[in-house]
Design a protein around this ligand. Structure first.
Ligand code: DON
Length: 572
């Protein structure tokens, strides 16, 4: 009897729950109801992993139409500029790493540049102190955008479809017709309303009292800008109407980018930085990113250790990794900058003798203090990432950014796109931390036409001439250590790519002297051991949003999209 009563009450409760869910779905649909998001997928021909399901779908359509990874990547870049406005962009820059099926590799630097009238002290007051927010918000925070030239150069050199309009049209449609925003996007837009109001002279597409999941975001001005780029290529952005709108925005709000800066901007093909780790070939981004070199230093420092035996996030493994990160980030702050302006001692920094010397004072039983660690002596950090593998065996790894979430918050009036705030990635004053707490000095000081140092680390791994992994992430200064952790999760801790991506992460960057942790990273018992030898912990919000692809021995392609966002992996 009691049982029957219990069953009938339970049934009623169940019905109520179903009614509630159905009702609440209609009024407040969640992200999953709008888009079919896949976090982990296996395919045998091609894969696209991006920060937004619409961009993933657009990339896949291009691949299905016979395009290669570059074609898909260009379509994804323009799609993200519309459906992921916090980081996807045409007003920013990025790094593209490509590995053809033949094994040939290429790195494209479409990083923003300092305007020609930029000066070393432009963000300081008369007393020489940094003026709050000057390098972070408004047009003065913007470097000369590189994305459009980057996409054009990638298209000219590698496109298989040879149909530029075809690659932009899906983004133009999205911008003109609008798309439904996810819960995450609604929250981010709401969090940024004040700044949109403060740093724009008129109402933009992003202004609204309260965004909700499922609202339609239409970007008419952006659709027109993208149409000019589709029609006129470079001239559709760096000259003519778009250029004039950028210049008007500069004039209206004390910006300094001029027409010559726009006309002169060119993305640059660079030689990827390549090294081995446990028999794998790691291909990554050279300066002006610090990513490839710093990642290499970290991997080379831990290579002599049996990481599997130490154990995933064991006190011993975390201690070793932290001590390596402390030294590598100290080197980053001193040595790294734009190779067109300074001499980067790349070979030395990756040399095993140098790295052994760098770790000579490593004490397995005691944490060192960052204040006592300097750079080594050599004698002689909202962004987004996408990873693509096409059915021809080519691989693409692209990290692209406006720097902070929604960049400078300035939308070019009439052109509908957001300007980056990448100038903050320069060292605006020696020792003054940037948005990501990174400090720098001489090598990364502001100079006209110079590219600001980056942490973006698009990476591709091959083994015995065969493609094995494609990986990358946003996250400012944490990008390098996130990519590093994914690589060792797979190569040392033998995780599948999904587990490697979804596992909790931690990060140390020399200064401040603290191990940043996702709340579920490093178990309490291990943290206690580490505290007892001098380490300090600080829990923080999620670290990075990794898009990973792994090709296994049977040639099955595994895609993994980070659970930390709306990221979506699909293939065929
Ligand atoms: O280039 C860099 O290192 C930074 N501008 C990247 C910024 C970033 O990843 C923000 N994302 N969360």
């Amino acid at each position: 009897m009691q049982n029957k009563l219990f069953i009938s009450i339970s049934k009623n409760i169940l019905i109520l729950i179903v009614i509630f869910i159905t009702f609440s779905c209609k009024t407040h649909p969640n992200t999953d109801n709008i888009y079919n998001i896949t976090k982990s997928v296996e395919t045998d021909s091609a894969m696209v992993v991006t920060a937004h399901p619409l961009a993933t779908e657009i990339g896949l359509e291009v691949l299905r139409a016979g395009g290669n990874a570059i074609d898909a990547g260009i379509a994804v870049q323009f799609a993200l500029a519309v459906c992921y406005p916090g980081a996807g962009n045409i007003g920013g820059g990025g790094f593209l790493l490509y590995r053809e099926a033949s094994g040939n590799t290429a790195a494209l630097d479409y990083r923003e540049k300092a305007p020609s009238s930029a000066t070393e002290t432009m963000y300081l007051d008369e007393q020489g102190n940094p003026v709050e927010n000057l390098s972070i918000s408004g047009p003065l925070a913007a470097g000369v955008p590189g994305t459009v030239d980057g996409m054009i150069q990638a298209f000219e050199k590698y496109s298989r479809l040879r149909d530029w309009n075809r690659l932009l049209q899906p983004a133009i449609n999205l911008a003109a017709k609008g798309f439904l925003i996810t819960k995450n996007e609604a929250e981010h837009l709401n969090d940024n309303q004040e700044k949109f109001k403060k740093f724009n002279r008129t109402t933009t597409a992003f202004h609204k009292d309260m965004w909700k999941v499922g609202d339609l975001l239409v970007q008419k001005d952006l659709a027109e800008t993208l149409t000019r780029i589709a029609k006129n290529g470079r001239a559709g952005f760096y000259e003519g109407t778009t250029a004039q709108l950028i210049l008007d925005e500069m004039k209206g709000q004390n910006g300094i980018i001029n027409l010559k800066d726009l006309k002169d901007y060119r993305a640059v093909w660079r030689k990827p930085v390549v090294y081995t780790y446990r028999g794998n070939e790691i291909i990554s981004m050279p300066p002006p990113s610090s990513g490839g070199i710093a990642l290499g230093q970290l991997l080379k420092i831990i290579e002599p250790y049996d990481m599997k035996a130490l154990g995933f996030q064991s006190a011993a493994a975390v201690h070793l990794i932290t001590e390596a990160e402390r030294r590598v980030y100290a080197d980053r702050a001193h040595y790294l900058g734009d190779p067109d302006f300074i001499n980067v001692p790349q070979e030395t920094l990756l040399d095993s003798t140098y790295l052994t010397r760098r770790m000579a004072d490593f004490n397995p039983r005691q944490a060192s203090k960052s204040q006592n660690i300097r750079y080594g002596t050599t004698e002689s950090e909202e962004t987004t990432h996408y990873s693509i593998v096409d059915s021809y065996g080519n691989a693409l790894s692209v990290t692209t950014t406006l720097n902070g979430s929604y960049g400078s918050h300035t939308v070019v009036r009439g052109a509908g796109f957001i300007l980056n705030n990448e100038m903050d990635d320069f060292s605006i004053k020696p020792g003054t931390p940037n948005l990501y707490g990174l400090v720098g000095a001489e090598a990364n000081k502001i100079e006209p036409g110079k590219r600001m140092l980056s942490s973006m680390t698009p990476t591709i791994i091959s083994q015995n001439g065969k493609l094995k992994m494609v990986v990358g992430t946003p996250g400012g200064s944490t990008i390098i250590t996130s990519v590093f952790q994914i690589i060792i999760n797979v190569l040392d801790f033998e995780m599948d790519i999904n587990k490697a991506v979804q596992s909790p992460r931690f990060h140390h960057q020399w200064l401040p002297d603290v191990i940043y942790c996702e709340t579920d990273a490093i178990q309490t018992k291990q943290r206690k051991i580490l505290e007892s030898i001098g380490h300090t912990f600080k829990n923080r919000e999620p670290i990075g949003r990794v898009e990973g692809i792994l090709i296994d021995k049977n040639n099955t392609i595994h895609g993994a999209a980070d659970h930390r966002g709306d990221d979506d992996a699909k293939g065929f």
